[in-house]
Write a protein that binds this ligand. Structure first.
Ligand code: SAM
Length: 213
């Protein structure tokens, strides 16, 4: 388990991660697979590729996959420049990753590019806290956490998903956690649903589930 997420995972995050990732279908690309913490979350019949920029993390993911008896292609690659043709995956996933990627919108654009037009992007991510004091605190400490460990604690990931040209079809908000189902814009049907606009830098809202058409 990634050190900084360990306490958050213990407080119910493990089950929450399984909710979005368990919806993966067909040919699946996991971005920033890390040590493979998400591997047990997938349905048994997916054809899984996991990428990470850190070979040491991938080595641990390989050991985890072996111990779980899972087959997965685990490759070194950069989320911001994915080495796959357009529309090559039915599902693209990421868990606790877009807090770390240097240019998250660029990375999410790559996710949008490699997912096929009728496919889905499934994300489990933490975002800047809604609470103004905690929000400010994460603004102050994020430059340090980014330098020391990689993740920033104040990313507006919902907004980044939309900025990357994806459509948020469904989002579950619980505290700082977001379970996001995004599709390509071409898939969006019917009237444009209004999502409560984020306040300031924060993309957090009350804890509830939004289902958008
Ligand atoms: C906080 S860890 C999360 C790992 C794993 N998804 C999990 O839930 O435990 C973030 C991961 O993203 C990877 N990462 C960060 N930037 C990346 C990039 N540009 N391309 C590929 N992987 C990246 C890091 O190496 C790290 O393994």
């Amino acid at each position: 388990m990634t050190g900084y997420t360990a306490p958050m995972e213990a407080l119910g995050g493990r089950r929450a991660r399984q909710r979005p990732l368990g919806r993966a279908r067909g040919r699946v690309l996991e971005l920033g697979v890390g040590t493979g913490l998400s591997l047990p979350s997938y349905p048994p019949n997916v054809d899984l590729t996991g990428i990470d920029i850190a070979p040491r993390m991938l080595a641990r993911a390989r050991r985890r996959a072996d111990s779980l008896g899972l087959t997965a292609a685990l490759e070194v690659a950069d989320i911001e420049a994915l080495p796959y043709p357009d529309g090559s995956f039915d599902t693209v996933t990421a868990a606790c990753v877009f807090c770390s990627v240097d240019d998250p919108v660029r990375g999410l654009r790559e996710a949008a590019r490699v997912v096929r037009p009728a496919g889905q992007v499934l994300l489990y991510e933490h975002v800047r806290p809604h609470n103004p004091v905690l929000g400010k605190l994460t603004d102050l400490v994020s430059p340090l956490t980014h330098r020391l460990f990689g993740p920033e604690l104040n990313r507006p990931t919902e907004r980044n998903v939309e900025a990357a040209g994806l459509h948020i079809a469904e989002v579950r908000r619980r505290g700082i956690w977001r379970e996001i189902v995004a599709t390509s814009r071409a898939q969006r049907r019917g009237p444009v649903a209004r999502v409560k606009p984020p306040q300031g830098r924060c993309d957090d809202g009350p804890d509830r589930r939004w289902r958008l058409p």
